[in-house]
Design a protein around this ligand. Structure first.
Ligand SMILES: [Zn+2]
Ligand SMILES: [Zn+2]
Length: 256
């Protein structure tokens, strides 16, 4: 069994979408390594500057990670020291715009910053330097990870034992289901049909549980007890449509 499929089999035994889980793990590993040894690594810093930091989700994840793990914020401080210098220079250049000749702005910026210090110094940006020229590095890494596991899953679902593991799992969230179906359609039509059918059957069960959840809110049925699957149906619906977030800031009520 391939390394990727082995990881998938393991993730399928855990709650939630297995690809979300592996994606979050890869993102977390990147952030761990960043704080542990890569804050001063030039290539990592280049990625950080190119995105003008990370997206809100990953930036706050990094902040919490350092606070919780090290009780400190030196890594974050060094990273933001870098960004602050860049944004200050960009704003100072914009502040000069009113007194200078606007077309000269980019030339002046180019002179000010050796080795493309500005994250977004291209002529089409009306406010250069105030947004990243690349998407969040951690998001991109997570998406690449998800795509790789999508391939392993499609390959694995040709085998009966992997199908059995998948059926026993919580299944894919909608974003990852779309990704997997898109990849399987041409290359593995049999897996494509099976995966779509399996998802429809799962959602029928979820719909049934959700309807029971709604019905038992009615005063007339207040004495009927809710099964755990019904009590969690509304949260499972959120998870299906959006995917899983990292556990440290989600209200995960699905265990009980
Ligand atoms: Zn997912
Ligand atoms: Zn991100």
């Amino acid at each position: 069994m391939s390394w990727g499929l082995a990881n998938l089999q393991h993730a399928m035994r855990e709650p939630g979408c297995p690809i979300c889980r592996l994606q979050r793990e890869a993102e977390k590993r990147y952030l761990d390594n960043l704080l542990w040894e890569n804050v001063n690594d030039p290539a990592t810093r280049e990625q950080w500057a190119a995105g003008l930091g990370f997206c809100a989700r990953h930036a706050w994840q990094l902040q919490r990670l350092e606070a919780q793990r090290y009780g400190d914020g030196l890594g974050n401080a060094l990273l933001y020291e870098d960004l602050l210098q860049r944004v200050i220079l960009a704003l100072e250049a914009l502040a000069q715009e009113a007194v200078g000749d606007p077309p000269l702005l980019h030339q002046r910026l180019a002179r000010s910053f050796k080795r493309s210090f500005l994250p977004h110094a291209n002529a089409s940006d009306p406010l250069p330097g105030l947004q990243g020229r690349q998407r969040c590095r951690v998001c991109r890494l997570g998406e690449d990870t998800a795509q790789a596991y999508g391939e392993w899953l499609i390959e694995g679902l040709g085998e009966a034992d992997v199908r059995a593991s998948y059926e026993a799992s919580d299944g894919l969230c909608l974003p990852h289901l779309r990704m997997a179906l898109g990849r399987a359609r041409v290359r593995a039509p049999e897996v494509f049909g099976w995966l779509a059918g399996d998802a429809a059957r799962r959602l029928q069960r979820l719909l049934g549980d959700l309807r029971e959840y709604i019905r038992k809110h009615d005063w007339n049925y207040r004495d009927e007890t809710m099964r755990p699957e019904e009590r969690q149906a509304w949260i499972r619906a959120v998870a299906f449509f959006t995917g899983e977030v990292e556990n440290d800031d989600s209200v995960d009520d699905r265990s009980g």
